[in-house]
Design a protein around this ligand. Sequence first.
Ligand code: PLP
Length: 462
Amino acid sequence: MDAEQLRECGHRMVDFVAVTNPSRPSPSSAKCRHPGYLKELLPDTAPSKPDTLEALFYDIREKIVPGVTHWQSPNYFAYYPSNSSTAGFLGEMLSAAFNIVGFSWITSPAATELEVIVLDWFAKMLRLPSQFLSTALGGGVIQGTASEAVLVVLLAARDRTLRKHGKTSLEKLVVYASDQTHSALQKACQIAGIFPENVRLVKADCDKNYAVAPLAISDAIATDLSSGLIPFFICATVGTTSSSAVDPLPELGQIAKANNMWLHIDAAYAGSACICPEYRHYLNGVEEADSFNMNAHKWFLTNFDCSLLWVKASEENSVFDFKDWQIPLGRCFRSLKLWMVLRLYGVDNLQSHIRKHIELAKHFEQLVISDSRFEVVTPRTFSLVCLRLVPLASDQDNGRKLNYDLMDAANSSGKIFISHTILSGKFVLRFAVGAPLTEEQHINAAWKILQDLATKQLLGSP
Ligand code: PLP
């Protein structure tokens, strides 16, 4: 890498990013929304001779950017947020510069050591029990995603159980979670060889904002035990993907303990909120968990990917070789970006960042409540509002088309981007606040778009 060339090209790229990123509308441009759009615009073989940066910038501007969904746009309200920030961006840059492959301590001591330090800092911010700290037998590790995190702990729990019951017991192992649990769990079960008929996705309690009822889990366990099966793993969620439900951790912890099962907590999205003292109670019960996961790359200003996983029991070892805590061998210096976020913003500002989004979501919720054509479908807990246009009693499909069309029209406007879920058969719009640049004016503008489109739709105008 030539230093002068890097400096020149790097400055130009930073200038480009600084101008491009915040100014984009949120959804990709309509002309790119068909599969294969890019194939029509780019050659089908790589250039044999080098291209210029000018030529590349042209293609990026004209062909790539229009096909990007702009997750950092202040008008992005879909799925869950995926925050970037100056600190996260700079950390990613530094990690790219070092470009280490830190699978073991010796391959880059600073990478392993910083990861241990930063995950201990974070565990203290979340007030996780001391068994999750590296100073005890546990510790934290950065995974790519929450999906990898649940797979890794499921494999650990499976092997622990098989050591006890014998390798031939695999067909008897049973996993429990609610039907609101992220599909990553089912994928992990499939990879881990858990028999599909032994994955119990217990129906969540719609009267408890779709949290799971502990009794439903303990009943399922009792039935399985009486059939000679081996219950071994419970996955609880703090902030489910559909509606931000919080499963009852203390009760699930007791059930896991009584049955010698592994309890994993998936707080991929809502874990970030728990750095604020007023939201920390959502983690009460984490004391009984064997593992806990949250995505710093969702709502914590740390560029994707950066998923934090803590486990209670690890090998007693003065040197961590993180290759043994994850699926791949190689790993990059991910802790740099999280360390920079923590250092450059500080806990107070990070708490304000979370509080601001929750306040904006509360504001949006009030706007929805004030318009009787709409309803808030489940009570808001964090920064997600689940809403829908109330269908007429005579509506044949219970508002499915009505709300799908509203979402489609909103996203096709090119001005905002929202997503949907299905709750008790209802088609529900999800409005998740969390883009770093979102302010009250963006919430008000988004609400006006939804209201105006609803008016058009209900009046049947084109
Ligand atoms: N768990 C929950 C609760 C989620 O909301 C999500 C994604 O939104 C995931 C897991 C999967 O996250 P990842 O993409 O990090 O695997």
